[in-house]
Design a protein. Sequence first.
Length: 366
Amino acid sequence: MYFFRLILPLSLDLGHIEAPLTPRSTLSDKEPVPQASFTLVSPPQLLLLVTASSELANEILPALSTGPFHIRWVTNTQDALRLALEAEHPLILLLDEKAPGDITASGLIAEIRVRKGPHAIWTILMAGDSKCSSFDADAFMQDCLPLPLHAAAFPSRLLVARQAVELMRQLDHHQHAARFHAEHDSLTGLWNRESLLRMLHTETDRAQRQSSPLALVLVDIDHFSQVNLDYGYDSGDKILQELATRFRRHLRSYDMVGRCGEDEFLFALPASSSEDAAHFTLRLRQTVFGKPFLVARDELTISASAGISHSMGRTPLVILREAERALANAKVNGRNRQTLFSEIAFEQTLQSASGIRTPSLSVVRH
């Protein structure tokens, strides 16, 4: 249940809207729901009127004409659900308890909340005076408007609903911002290591169920510490931000990339074999790193080393460890190159069979 302390103005001037005066029992996919971007200054809010009574609708709509609303009038609960799910922002639901449809009034509200979240809707139930007199606001319905309509009480109810929806809108905005900062690297906007590994668990499970490949590419910028020393850390940060922008342009919609260290990036490529990942990495090194970066008045060209591994359902930490070993191999062998872990494993198998011991590798992070 929501509790709000409201300061009511002496005069109420809610603007002007144009509302349809005829019901629409069917909705066209070509007519999108009006949407407003978040702002601390209240934008027009979506008000969804659900009633099959033309008499009730024609009584309510003129009263709404003084409010900053985008109004939609539907005659059944199925259309109401469709519009509510399309809305990007919290909405006001003005719901006739007698509205027909396969979904009940309480079922409609519950479905919206399950699929859109608890702050998606503010519901005003329109019911008989006897039901409203015993109405107790809960998490599903916040207000009850007795019928027949009392015109004098209607504006104050709308004001409460408007302020409640605006608070819900702001709450969603701040929750989204907090969630974004918790999951993304603050400098580049890419996924951070923890979030990327969490998503990789889901991807490896899917790869195992579908018997599909999943490749990881671990990229480390060569001599990036020297870039920071020569040009300053601000210039180094700008290079990392530009790299993140370039990375996004080379990814498919379902690929993922995160920043896992100061100058280290991890790519997750679903439905990609080692060979696919090798082609991707080569293209990345040639196009993303091959294009100079503007630093101060200089054009700086940097290179990168990469390690590639793949999985058919193994845990992300195992695949990441293999990518780290492959990256270490690329660093040790001269940098500005890429290495497949499968090639290292094959070489070590041959050396083991011949009795030759090789030193263990550690990633060089310079």
